[in-house]
Design a protein around this ligand. Structure first.
Ligand SMILES: C[S@@+](CC[C@H](N)C(=O)[O-])C[C@H]1O[C@@H](n2cnc3c(N)ncnc32)[C@H](O)[C@@H]1O
Length: 343
């Protein structure tokens, strides 16, 4: 993944600065290049003219409660989480989305900073909301407009963490929230985070889980619920949007979602597999370029891993992280983990 490397700070109406490490034109070019190879990676669902709005709408829909349930878990445990976070850390959140969860964290961290440094009466907290969608960075900045913070939004790819980290002040609480962790190959994302965090930094992420492995009745019903969520009409529309936006007809293709097993260092893990299957010869126009599809073509999309809690803990251990604290919902379907890289 490579951005343009152009870094232009931009003032956003009183909300702080925003730096763009990639532009809308770059993203549209990536959409064209990906579709030419019959691929549609997930980040392209959140970008473009409607991407941010589509995500915010999906996040509110009854059939897609994944990120919302994780916010409930965060709110329930916020006091204990913040107890483990030293004062004076910057909050960096990649794939920030609406920034709702970050607001919950920031309010509590500011309270803690004030309580520990009452003499100065001032809190010097920094917040860096980062996302591939420029509109979502604006939403996240706006969400904390009234908080006493220094803030700088960054539009960029998590894959470019070495470039992103040049903008933040250490030490950081590095967050990946809203189940975004599960959209990456586990060893890729954990290695990326490991290599780019410094000794005093902390790593905080959440995940929507499978409560149990195996083939019993409980496991069957958990599989069904995963399929129900990801194959819902609302989620299907979210995944189909880029093709519709660039002129394809809903009858030209359909959305398919499968749930399979993949082997890994932590044993067999469930992973969704998504595709858009072309039903008719059709074409899409992106700027001056046209891509022709033939009936039977398959456009491969992103995936979501469905781990059990123990699998995530094993992964962290293998990849060199110590767990400082973890929070698991009663039904074992949602977890939040605060970790530190083992030095
Ligand atoms: C599942 S949403 C979660 C949003 C938010 N954290 C929440 O909890 O509601 C994933 C977010 O990651 C962003 N995103 C996707 N791919 C990304 C990438 N490669 N780099 C940075 N952000 C990315 C999307 O734009 C979106 O806001």
């Amino acid at each position: 993944m490579s951005g343009t490397g152009t870094v232009k700070p931009e003032q956003t109406q009183d909300n702080g600065e925003k730096i763009k490490t990639t532009s809308e034109e770059d993203i549209e070019k990536k959409l064209y290049e990906s579709l030419k190879k019959h691929e549609l990676p997930d980040y392209l669902l959140y970008t473009g003219t409607g991407g941010a709005k589509n995500w915010l709408k999906l996040d509110e829909s009854e059939t897609f409660p994944v990120a919302r349930q994780l916010k409930v878990l965060l709110e329930k445990n916020i006091a204990s989480i913040v107890r483990f976070i030293p004062t004076g850390m910057s909050l960096v959140s990649v794939g920030v989305g609406s920034g709702d969860k970050e607001r919950v964290l920031l309010e509590e961290l500011i309270k803690k900073n004030l309580a520990e440094k009452p003499a100065s009466g001032k809190v010097s907290m920094r917040y860096y909301p980062i996302d591939i969608s420029s509109q979502l960075v604006d939403v996240a900045l706006e969400k904390v407009r009234d908080l006493p913070l220094e803030r700088m939004g960054v539009v960029g790819f998590i894959e470019e963490m070495p470039l992103l980290k040049k903008h933040w002040r250490l030490p950081v609480l590095f967050c990946i929230l809203g189940n975004t962790f599960c959209n990456y190959e586990p060893e890729f994302i954990l290695q990326l985070v490991y290599e780019n965090l410094e000794q005093g930094d902390l790593f905080f992420f959440d995940a929507n889980l499978l409560p149990t492995q195996g083939s019993g009745e409980e496991a069957q019903s958990a599989r069904k619920s995963v399929l129900g969520t990801y194959a819902s009409r609302e989620n299907a529309l979210f995944n189909m949007y880029p093709l519709l936006q660039y002129g394809m007809d809903p009858d030209d293709f359909d959305f398919e979602l499968l749930l399979g097993h993949v082997d890994s260092r932590i044993g067999a893990v469930y992973r969704t597999r998504k595709s858009l299957n072309i039903l008719k010869d059709s074409k899409i126009k992106i700027g001056p370029e046209t891509i022709n599809f033939r009936e039977g073509d398959i456009i491969r999309m992103g995936f979501t891993y469905k781990y059990t809690y123990n699998q995530i803990i094993d992964l962290l251990d293998i990849c060199g992280f110590d767990v400082l604290n973890s929070f698991l919902s009663e039904d074992r379907t949602n977890a939040m983990i605060l970790a530190k890289k083992r030095i």
